[in-house]
Design a protein around this ligand. Sequence first.
Ligand code: NAD
Length: 426
Amino acid sequence: MGTGYVGLVTGACFADLGNDVQCVDVDKEKVEKLRKGQLTIYEPGLEELVKRNAAEGRLQFTTDGAAAAAWADVIFVCVGTPQRADGKANMNYVFQAAETIGKNIKKYTVIVDKSTVPVGTAERVTRLLKEITTVEFDVISNPEFLKEGAAIKDFQNPDRIVIGTESPRAQEVMNHLYGPHTRVNRPILFVKPQTAELIKYAANAMLASRISFMNALVPLCERMGADIKDVSRGIGLDTRIGPRFLQASPGYGGSCFPKDVRALVDVMESLQLNANFFRAIDQVNELHKKSHIARLLKFHPRLAGLTIGVWGLSFKPRTDDIRESASLTLIEQLIEAGAKVIAYDPEAIENTRKIFPKIDYAHTPYDAVRGASAVVVMTEWDVFRNLDLDRVKSLMADPVIVDCRNVYDPPEMTRMGFKFSGMGRG
Ligand code: NAD
C-alpha cells in the first residue's frame, strides 16, 4: 500500500524474487501511468525491473486497496509519513491504510509497517485493527533503509533486515519472504516492534549527525585555513569512526533525514525527555543550508541583475527527489536578491519547475553558465566531475565557481583562472 519510492521499489523487488505483488495507491494518475509502464520516479534499474515483472504477470498496479487487502498474505504499508507543521509525523495515511486493511482482510495476514513511523505505531495500529476486525493478523515493523539512487541495490543486498515482532507466526512468514536474502548471509534481526521502529529513527539521526558534525566544522576550517577534506580523512581513517558520511556538504535534505530527526525530537519532548542533541543536528543543518549565499556575496556583493548558474537540484545525485534540497533554499535566496537563476540537473528539473516555474532551466551544464557571473555546485552528479572547464570559463561573464560539494581541487581551479570557493577548504 503506497506506491512511491519505497512502495514501488519494494513491490518490484519482491516480484522479482518470484512473489505475486499488487502495488496499491490512492493516486489514480500514478497507477494509470505505472500500468502503461511509465515510471513515476527516477531510480536506476527500476524501470527495467518494473517492466519485466509486469510483463511476466507478477507485478500489478491498482487503486483497489480493498480487493488487494483481501487477496494478500502480507501487506507492506509504504505510505508517506510527512512532517506536520508542528514537527510530528503525519500518521493519517498510515491509519487510512490500516482501516482499508482492517475492513477487508479475510484470513491471517501479516501487516508490515515499512513507512518510518514513531515508536509505538505497531501497537497503535494493532489496537485500531482489533476494533475493526476479528480476523487474525499481526502488525509488525520492518523499517526501510534504502538509499534513493541505489534503492534496488540496497534491497537486493541489504546491510541488515530489521523485523520488529514477537509473534512466531509472523517471524516464520518474514523468514520465508526474506529467505533469498538470508540464504546469502544477509543479517536479519528479530527485535521487539518498538525497538525496530527506534532503530530506523536512530539510524537516520546518526547519519544526519555525522553530516551536521562536519558541516559545523566548516566555518572554523575557513577561518583558520584548515581543509575539511583532510580533517574528514584524518578522522575517518580511525577505524572507530570510519570514513562514510563525513563529507562537508550544502546540508542534508531529502524526504527522510530532516523529518525523521524532527519527529525524534518531537517524540522525546512529548515524553519530557531531553532532546537537545537531536535538536542541534537539525539546527546546524538549517543554518548551514542558508549560509551558501554568503559565499557568492564575497565575489559579488550585489547579486541583483546578475545571472547565477546552479548545478544540481536534487538533494543528492542519482535521484530526482528535491524534497528539502539545499538547492531550493539557495534558489529562493537568489530570487529574493534579484539574481537571474539558470539551473541544470540531469533528473530533477521537472520536479523543481513545479516549485520555481519562473527561473530558467538549461539542457546542459554549459548552457547553465552562459553569461553567468557565478555558478554554484549544489549536487555532486558525476557529469560535473568531467566537464571541459576551459569551455565553462569561456562561457561565463565572470569565472566564479562556488563548489558546495567539494568536487573540484581549489589550487587547480585557481591555476585555471577561476575565482573559486570550496566548502571548508581553508
Ligand atoms: P512517497 O510520498 O513517495 O509515496 C507514498 C505513496 O503513498 C504516495 O504515492 C501516496 O499516494 C500513497 N498513499 C497515501 N495514502 C495511501 C493509502 N491509504 N493507500 C494507498 N496508497 C496511499 O513516500 P516514500 O518516499 O516512498 O516514503 C514512504 C515511507 O517510507 C515514509 O514513511 C518514509 O519516511 C519512508 N522511507 C522513505 C525512504 C526514501 O528514501 N524515500 C527511505 C526509507 C524510508
